[in-house]
Write a protein that binds this ligand. Structure first.
Ligand SMILES: [Zn+2]
Length: 253
């Protein structure tokens, strides 16, 4: 898992220079995202492998945000490895089958059990962290929890130990999706996070580790969501890399 930290301003500049065709929805998206995210403070990015500035040292505080990351060692390259899961909101199985763990002969996956065990581990060890993405599943799990469990999870979120990243209803694909659908599904997930967790539920990371293809529009949309300061893509397939290299070499001849 390799995450490159990109400044949002750079992304915005790049997308503007590229001549983004997002027009009316552009403003709508900004408004919706701002409304969803307005009351939020920064979430911790212990997630992924964030490289902190060399020589920085942080003191852990009982709050969400970058301040909630583990202490770093001055003069060293500090690497943070944080467990995560990616749960398809319908792929080889239906959404229900994924959530409840049915039809495991198709694919061994039961999201409710992932969330149960993750929360149990986080509650048992304050040094542990976890990041979560797909709000379609999390919101369903949340509805099934007791008030005691909900307040315990709220505490985990407030302390930056359970962090939401991306925050859409799903991690949408980039190859065939229309930008209006992306806006809708992101709004739905972010609205849930804001309504449920407030400031500490606000994602700071655009986490796209499993879409097919990477579109300019996706980066442009993420760049316009206030508060997102990192865009993590999955690494290209090695055959893509070879093909691109071949193309570049051909172009130079
Ligand atoms: Zn996937």
């Amino acid at each position: 898992m390799a995450t490159t930290r990109s400044r949002g301003s750079g992304l915005k500049r790049a997308s503007r220079e590229a001549g983004s065709p997002v027009l009316s929805h552009d403003l709508l998206f900004q408004e919706m995202a701002a409304a969803v995210l307005r009351a939020a403070v920064f979430l911790s990015l212990c997630a992924g492998s964030l490289t902190l500035p060399s020589g920085s040292r942080q003191t852990r505080r009982p709050s969400c945000g970058y301040e909630a990351c583990h202490e770093t060692k001055a003069g060293a390259l500090n690497v943070h490895l944080v467990p995560h899961t990616h749960d398809d909101v319908g792929w080889l199985k239906t959404v229900d089958q994924y959530y409840y763990g049915a039809r495991n002969e198709i694919q061994h996956a039961g999201v409710q059990y992932i969330l149960d065990s993750v929360v149990r581990q986080l509650l048992s060890d304050p040094t542990k962290r976890f990041i979560y993405v797909e709000i379609a599943f999390f919101s369903r799990w949340w509805q099934q929890q007791s008030e005691d469990m909900r307040s315990a999870v709220q505490q985990l979120v407030n302390q930056g130990r359970l962090e939401f990243i991306n925050g859409g209803w799903s991690m949408n694909d980039e190859a065939t999706t229309h930008y209006s659908a992306i806006i809708d599904q992101m709004s739905l997930g972010l609205r849930f996070l804001n309504d449920t967790f407030g400031e500490c539920g606000r994602p700071r990371v655009a986490w796209h580790i499993d879409p097919f293809g990477h579109s300019r529009e996706q980066a442009s949309l993420f760049a316009q969501v206030r508060g997102l300061d990192t865009h993590a893509d999955r690494l290209a397939d090695c055959t893509d890399s070879v093909q691109h290299t071949d193309d570049r070499l051909r172009a130079q001849r």
